[in-house]
Write a protein that binds this ligand. Structure first.
Ligand SMILES: [Zn+2]
Length: 451
C-alpha cells in the first residue's frame, strides 16, 4: 500500500496516515453557514478537501466524506429580519447556490450533507450527556460547557485553559461560571426559531452541530477532520471538547487538517476594502471557467497562505488550454507515479501541477496526463470549450487571441486593406460559427466577444 502523509494540526507535524479501517475512510469538513454567497476564500477548503477526497478514493476502497450545512445561526436570523424572507427560503436558496458554485469548480458533492436543523434531537442528547457528566451546566436558559472540567482542553490550538479564563475576565456574560466557557444551547425569544428542550425553548450554539452529526453519521472517532485555519480556535477546539468529554476521552478525529488563509491581490479580503470576491461573481465574469479558478486555488500548497488574483485565473486558463489541446483525442490511462507521489506527500498540489506540466511536454503522455489531472479535479470538461485561441481577458468579457485565431485576425485585417471583402467575411463567419463575434472598433482594431 502506498502511504499518504498528512500535516496533522494535533501534533503540529507531518505524520503517516494510518486509517482506523483501511476498508472505509471517514472524513468530515466544516461546511457553510447558508445566508449569502460564498467568497473565494470559502472555496479554498472546498477545492483542497475535494482533491484529498479524490486521492483517498483512488487509494482506498471506500471513503465517506461528510460536509455539514449550518442552517440555523444568528447571522441567518439577522438576514431573515433584514430581507423579510423566511429562514427556510434563505437557507434553501443559498444551499443551492453554494452547491452549484462549488460544482462549477468541479468539487464533487460530499456523500453526506447533514443540515443542522435535522440534528437538533442529537444535539440535545449530546448536551444532556455533557450536563450529566459534569462538563456542562445550565444557567439562565443557557447551557454552557465548562472548559476547566476538561484536562486537555486546548490540545489542538495549543491554548492554555488558565490563560483563556484569565483573558476573558473582562465583560464576562453573567450567566457564565468562567470566561472561557462556551455556549451549547441558548434561549430563543418567541419570534426567533427554537426547539423545545430540557432547558426551555431555544437553539443550539454553533459548535454543537458538528459533534452531534459526526457521531450520528460517522461514529465516535473519524480519520480526518478538515477546515480552514480560522476554525482551529474556538470551533474545532470546542468540537473536540464536546465529543471527547461525551465519549470517555475517545479522539474525535485522528488527523486534523487545516488550510491557510487566502488574500486577494495581497490584501485580506473584507467588505470595507471592496475586495470581497464571491465565487458566484467570478463565475459570471469567467463563464465556464470554474476549472481555471480551481487550478488557480491549487497552485499554492494548501497549508500556505495564498494570494488570489484575476491574473492567476488567466494564467490557469492558459495552462488548461495547453493541457486540453494535448488530451483532446486521448483516453485516460493511469495516473503518473510522480503526480501520485506529490499528492500523497501532504497534498503537494504545486508539485503535482509541475509534474502535469512535465507530462504535457510530450503528447505521448496524453492518457497519463488526463488520468493524473483527474486526481486534481482537472481536465474533466469538453476539450472543445478550451480551444487555446479563446483566452478570456480578465474582467472584460472579451477575448485575447493567441495561436491560429490571432493569425486569422491578422489575415482578415490584410484582406480588408486589400479590399478582399469576401475573404474578410469568410474569416468573420468562421468566428461566428464558433460563437464568437468580431467587433470592428472605430480605432481600426478588432475585438472578439462571446455571443
Ligand atoms: Zn465544525
Amino acid at each position: 500500500m502506498n502511504t499518504i502523509s498528512i500535516y496533522n494540526t494535533l501534533i503540529n507535524d507531518k505524520d503517516v496516515f494510518i486509517p482506523i479501517d483501511p476498508n472505509h475512510i471517514k472524513m468530515y469538513v466544516c461546511g457553510p453557514t447558508v445566508y449569502n454567497y460564498a467568497h473565494v476564500g470559502n472555496a479554498r477548503p472546498v477545492v483542497v478537501f475535494d482533491t484529498l477526497y479524490r486521492l483517498l478514493k483512488h487509494d482506498y476502497a471506500k471513503v465517506t466524506y461528510a460536509r455539514n450545512i449550518t442552517d440555523i445561526d444568528d447571522k441567518i436570523i439577522e438576514a431573515s429580519l433584514e430581507t423579510g424572507e423566511d429562514i427556510s427560503v434563505i437557507t434553501e436558496k443559498y444551499t443551492r447556490i453554494y452547491e452549484e458554485d462549488m460544482g462549477a469548480l468541479n468539487a464533487e458533492l460530499p456523500d453526506i450533507k447533514p443540515k443542522a436543523t435535522e440534528y437538533v434531537g442529537e444535539m440535545i442528547a449530546l448536551i444532556s450527556d455533557l450536563v450529566s457528566k459534569g462538563h456542562a451546566y445550565e444557567s439562565d436558559g443557557h447551557v454552557l460547557f465548562q472548559v476547566s472540567t476538561m484536562d486537555d482542553y486546548g490540545e489542538l490550538s495549543g491554548k492554555d485553559v488558565k490563560d483563556l479564563i484569565a483573558g476573558a475576565r473582562v465583560n464576562v456574560a453573567d450567566y457564565k461560571r468562567e470566561g472561557a466557557d462556551f455556549v451549547l444551547w441558548k434561549p430563543s425569544t418567541p419570534d426567533q426559531p427554537g426547539w423545545d428542550s430540557p432547558w426551555g425553548r431555544g437553539r443550539p450554539g454553533w459548535h454543537t452541530e458538528c459533534s452531534a452529526m459526526i457521531k450520528k453519521e460517522l461514529g465516535e472517532t473519524i480519520d480526518i477532520h478538515g477546515g480552514g485555519q480560522d476554525l482551529i480556535f474556538p470551533h474545532h477546539e470546542n468540537e473536540i471538547a464536546q465529543s471527547k468529554c461525551s465519549h470517555d476521552g475517545a479522539n474525535l478525529a485522528n488527523y486534523w487538517m487545516h488550510n491557510g488563509y487566502l488574500t486577494v491581490n495581497g490584501e485580506k479580503m473584507s467588505k470595507s476594502l471592496g475586495n470581497f470576491i464571491t465565487v458566484h461573481e467570478l463565475l459570471e465574469e469567467y463563464p465556464n471557467r470554474g476549472e481555471a479558478i480551481r487550478l488557480a486555488l491549487l497552485t499554492s500548497h494548501y497549508k500556505q497562505p495564498a494570494d488570489f488574483s484575476r491574473e492567476a485565473i488567466t494564467q490557469a486558463e492558459k495552462q488548461l488550454c495547453r493541457w486540453y489541446k494535448i488530451v483532446r483525442n486521448s483516453e485516460e490511462t493511469k495516473p503518473a507515479k510522480a503526480v501520485l507521489e506529490a499528492l500523497r506527500d501532504d497534498l503537494n498540489t504545486p508539485k503535482a501541477i509541475m509534474e502535469l506540466n512535465q507530462l504535457a511536454k510530450d503528447s505521448k503522455n496524453a492518457g497519463e496526463l488526463k488520468a493524473s489531472a483527474k486526481l486534481l479535479g482537472l481536465l474533466f470538461g469538453n476539450a472543445k470549450n478550451w480551444d487555446s485561441t479563446h483566452v478570456l481577458k480578465a474582467g472584460a468579457g472579451k477575448f485575447e487571441l493567441t495561436g491560429h485565431d490571432a493569425d486569422l485576425l491578422v489575415r482578415r485585417k490584410e484582406a480588408k486593406v486589400n479590399k478582399n471583402w469576401a475573404k474578410a467575411d469568410e474569416i468573420r463567419d468562421d468566428f461566428d460559427s464558433r460563437g464568437l463575434k468580431l467587433v470592428d472598433n472605430p480605432d481600426g482594431t478588432t475585438s472578439v466577444e462571446k455571443k
